[in-house]
Design a protein around this ligand. Structure first.
Ligand code: ZN
Ligand code: ZN
Length: 1009
């Protein structure tokens, strides 16, 4: 009855789906479809091999809590829908005795639970157990038994309330995590998988009982009203047993389990007797209608949704249901259409959501890679349904991208709401993506990483069987690139600088930004630094909890290596662009511009980051941050996260309490007046120091590492040191010192912040650093004297014109690092950017690179014909009417080159309107979760459906959703006559110019006069 009512209300809220409701009472599915018979045979053969024994036993243990119970025990252990589930015991606090300390010890979800202590949670700090009453017997009595209130922490399933009225959801936390997730959901899935591996009917029988019981309660499951989530009761967000994101796993697993045990359902008389006793006459029909079709409608109504999980979920349901009959509910064909071109937006996301490098669009690497996994899942399922969508080579980029986003072959860059801890996150290696790359593209890189990353537990159940000898052969054919590997990911927006100085392999990164996404931070132009398999310039990453501390501190500009203008955080998350890139033997350099992030408040917001091999088995990280706009610039910096920090400047003033926001404003307290987003309330006990000509900051002995930072004074009048708190999580320090270099004064201020960072095991390789001033606020330098007595003279010039330095030299070159030997004899100079340097010791010139003009483009092959000679591995930038892009030549052929990524950046349904002379879009262009959030199309190239005709986009009317282009747009029509007219969007086209950064190491100087 309840089921029917719920369905009716569904019809009211989503009239669209009314036509999709089933009208007969039969079951639709006829056979197992998720795993073919041949695949089942291959999996069963695998299960007997010794190398899978451990994985097999682990799965058996996971299945055991369900498999070891009697049929009736299973039936009665599955609670009614209204038993509350809680994601946290108490959001942000959790333990009534130990408070937040539990997160430090136990992580985000810290409580210890076990089958031996049903409905109890144990604190990881004090090991005390909650609640004090026996909930299980109370629950089993139908909640009629009197509650045991002899001790303090009594929980009737709706939490225990303390003296202040704060509620702690002990039982509900257990119900969410242990009872539902671990035992019932994971346990029954593992049971079905054990049947898949062994064919042992006992496992299918037990899993079937779980599914049978679920058919009766699932339609009443309503997370919105039955759960405590992120501090809210009721949760107020969609979901069924779990929340709307995790429910993707729930229903995908139901579907898979049903498909696995399907052949065993007929002929299990014991099962038939049991379910009849509980009122079920047609189990297949009930599973298909009350669970699977119910989930289908939830996904299509976006009630089960998020992080592109829905792609994997609905394609699994489509494959398992295998429904060709509209009378049986939503047909598989309807699901496929919805996935590809309906609200599932698979095609839209493939072209517009994934960047050119192949990363999903969430900014944070881990979240972004979920897109990669799910779209590949969907592609695999669709292929089995006869819908082959894997044609475009971008699919291979999608298989490779998460693992290519690596530092030192081991780490993943920590950006946005990322994983890992303050010392780093492991490289993203997903065997399912590699398997896809091998199966569809015979890709050697994927084969190599599959061999290195696969684990028996994930391979055991894989649908794909790859010939072992072929895999090894493929992997050895083309060796995968290894660090050090300096490169630019122009689609994702990250430049990675790596070198081996003989003592260490080092990696530094400059992030100029993916498109705006909710898991991204306000961090454009932030940097990172890595060596010895860890981060040394660090990122706070995933907040310990959502809320003001996350918004105004962890995810906000001041906690990153950025400059704040007029005390403000970056107001948007717009993407920046690469401006210079150099990969010389002893010097790696990248520069990026991100002024658009300030929405007009900055005329220049640019970071130049260089990694210099000192040639003394050490390296210097050289930072130069140019800012123009506003009247106050604050440069934020923090060093090694553990160990001792010191600064020996002269203390001017000390504030013993409160924060930078005021003596009376405590950590994280809103300072009022709309100042929360400035983030000053997170800088505790600020100390003001007088700046020196070169401010030297020291971090000592973190894992035996020492860090020294030298900051020549160009643009700041104050050095503020303050204590801050990183997220309360394992692997993070209690507090971290942050340094703000602050300068203010004239309106439309121009500034240069320069930093020279040395991180080494043992003593610093630098003995002295002296400032070189210039006649411009955006140029300066330093003389860095090394232990050997040799010195590096560094000059940075962000003005684009000739400046005079106080050491008597003059130059318009953006970056010079000159090595001086004994008696001030110049030994070599790394020069990046064209221009002329004139000094008393040396003079040299670097001519500009000749711009390469694109003659024609083969968009399908990612190849261009050029009017000049390109170099393999070269990074080039194109700037077309203020649209900027950076690309890498992967291989060079006569009068042309191929790129490391495809050249298509987007695709929309659109058609030329000959009367109005514009291109009218037939779907959204921009909006959320794609690369065109900022809708800055002008200067991009529109390409016709057959990839033959191009025009430059001259305007985009977001309200009317149309484009203007230069010239005739008649080619922008449905050329292949499939009823859909598409246009492609590209960064470059015929006539675009590609510029490489001039860079050279000069090691022969003319004889001194
Ligand atoms: Zn405790
Ligand atoms: Zn961040």
């Amino acid at each position: 009855m309840t089921t029917k009512l719920r369905w009716r209300s569904l019809v009211h809220t989503a009239a669209l789906l009314a036509a999709l409701l089933p009208t007969t009472n039969a079951d639709a599915k006829k056979a197992n479809t998720y795993y073919s018979d041949a695949e089942i045979a291959a999996i069963r053969a695998r299960a007997t091999q010794p190398k899978f024994l451990q994985a097999f036993e682990a799965l058996r243990a996971k299945a055991d809590p369900i498999a070891s119970k009697s049929d009736e025990q299973i039936w009665s252990m599955i609670p009614d829908a209204d038993l509350p589930r809680a994601l946290n015991v108490r959001f942000g606090v959790d333990c009534p005795v130990h408070g937040q300390e539990v997160f430090k010890v136990g992580g985000h979800y810290p409580w210890i639970m076990s089958e031996d202590r049903p409905f109890k949670v144990q604190c990881p700090v004090g090991r005390e157990i909650y609640p004090s009453n026996d909930f299980e017997s109370y629950w089993k009595s139908g909640q009629k038994e009197k509650l045991d209130t002899t001790q303090k922490y009594v929980d009737d399933g709706h939490g225990w309330v303390d003296e202040k009225g704060e509620r702690y959801w002990f039982v509900a936390y257990y119900v969410f995590w242990h009872h539902w997730r671990l035992v019932i959901l994971d346990g029954s899935t593992a049971g079905a998988e054990m049947y898949l591996l062994t064919g042992d009917a006992k496992y299918a029988h037990k899993a079937a009982i779980v599914l049978a019981r679920l058919t009766q309660i699932y339609p009443q499951m309503d997370y919105k009203t039955q759960a405590y989530h992120s501090g809210k009761w009721p949760a107020g967000i969609n979901g069924r047993i779990l929340d709307y994101i995790w429910e993707n796993f729930t229903v995908s697993n139901f579907a898979r389990a049903y498909d696995i045990i399907y052949p065993a359902l007929d002929g299990d008389d014991e099962l038939l007797r049991l379910i009849r006793a509980h009122g079920i006459t047609n189990l297949k029909r009930d599973v298909e209608q009350n669970l699977l079709q119910f989930a289908v409608r939830d996904v299509m109504a976006k009630r089960i949704w998020g992080n592109k999980f829905e792609l994997g979920t609905l394609s699994t349901l489509a494959l398992v249901l295998d429904n060709r009959d509209p009378a049986q509910g939503v047909t598989t064909e309807q699901m496929v259409e919805w996935l590809l071109r309906g609200d599932g937006e698979l095609e839209f996301t493939f072209y517009n959501g994934f960047d050119r490098d192949g990363m999903g669009g969430e900014s944070a690497p881990g979240y972004s890679s979920i897109w990669n996994q799910r779209i590949v899942d969907a592609a695999e399922n669709l292929t089995r349904l006869g819908v082959d969508i894997v044609k475009d080579p971008k699919w291979l980029r999608i298989a490779r991208a998460p693992s290519e986003l690596c530092l030192l072959d081991k780490l993943s860059p920590r950006l946005g709401d990322c994983e890992g801890d303050i010392k780093g996150a492991p490289r993203l290696l997903d065997p399912s993506l590699f398997r896809f790359g091998v199966a569809h593209f015979n890709d050697a890189y994927c084969a190599d990483l599959l061999l290195k990353s696969r684990k028996p537990e994930d391979e055991l159940l894989s649908r794909q069987t790859i010939d072992e000898s072929r895999l090894t052969e493929l992997a050895s054919a083309t060796p995968s690139p290894k660090s050090p590997q300096t490169r630019n990911l122009g689609g994702y927006g990250l430049a990675i600088l790596e070198l081996d100085d003989g003592a260490e392999t080092r990696s530094a990164s400059l992030y100029y930004g993916s498109s705006e996404a909710s898991h991204g931070h306000r961090d454009r132009l932030t940097m990172s630094y890595h060596l010895r398999g860890r981060d040394v310039l660090t990122e706070l990453g995933y907040p310990s909890h959502w809320g003001p501390v996350a918004d105004y501190w962890v995810r906000n500009t001041p906690s990153h290596y950025c400059v704040m203008i007029d005390n403000n955080a970056q107001p948007t998350k717009q993407t920046g662009h690469l401006t210079q890139f150099a990969d010389l033997r002893g010097l790696k350099l990248a520069e990026a511009q991100a002024k658009d992030v300030w929405g007009g408040a900055a005329q220049d917001y640019r970071r130049m980051l260089a990694l210099l091999d000192t040639e003394e088995k050490s390296s210097l990280l050289i930072d130069a941050f140019f800012t123009e706009g506003g009247s106050a610039h604050d440069y934020s910096f923090h060093g090694l996260p553990f160990g001792a920090f010191s600064y020996d400047g002269k203390l001017v003033r000390e504030q013993s309490k409160g924060t930078l926001a005021g003596e009376e404003i405590e950590f994280a307290q809103d300072p009022g007046g709309g100042r929360a987003s400035q983030g000053h309330q997170f800088f505790m006990r600020p100390r003001w120091y007088e700046p020196q000509d070169v401010t030297r900051l020291k971090w000592r002995d973190d894992d035996g590492l020492n860090m020294d930072g030298w900051f020549p004074r160009f643009a700041f009048d104050e050095v503020v040191v303050a204590d801050t708190k990183p997220p309360v999580k394992p692997g993070y320090p209690e507090s971290m010192p942050y340094v703000l270099l602050r300068g203010k004064g004239e309106a439309n201020r121009q500034s240069l912040f320069m930093g020279i960072i040395a991180v080494d095991h043992g003593a610093s390789p630098v003995t002295k650093a002296e400032r070189i001033e210039s006649d411009s606020p955006k140029a300066g330098g330093a003389v860095v004297t090394m232990k050997s007595g040799r010195a590096w003279r560094l000059y940075v010039n962000g003005t684009g014109r000739r400046v005079h330095y106080r050491d008597g030299s003059a130059s318009d070159i953006p970056f010079v690092a000159m090595l001086m030997g004994d008696a001030s004899r110049q030994l070599k100079a790394h020069v990046v950017g064209s221009g002329r340097y004139e000094g008393s010791l040396a003079s040299f010139e670097l001519p500009p690179e000749k711009a390469l003009t694109v003659q024609s483009v083969d968009y399908a092959a990612g190849r261009v014909a050029l009017d000049g000679v390109a170099q393999s591995g070269q990074v080039v930038v194109s700037s077309n009417n203020n649209h900027h892009a950076s690309l890498t030549f992967a291989s060079v052929e006569q009068a042309g080159a191929s790129f490391s990524t495809g050249l298509i950046t987007g695709r929309f349904l659109a058609r030329w309107d000959a009367q109005k002379k514009h291109v009218v879009a037939g779907e959204r262009t921009g909006g959320v979760y794609n690369q065109f959030v900022a809708r800055s199309f002008v200067g991009m190239v529109m390409v016709s459906e057959d990839l033959r005709h191009t025009a430059t986009i001259t305007g985009h009317d977001a309200a009317a959703n149309n484009f203007t282009v230069d010239g005739d747009g008649a080619a922008f029509t449905d050329i292949d006559n499939d009823g859909r007219s598409y246009v492609f969007i590209a960064d470059i086209g015929p006539g675009s110019t590609l510029m490489a950064t001039p860079a050279k190491t000069i090691d022969r100087f003319p004889k001194e006069p």
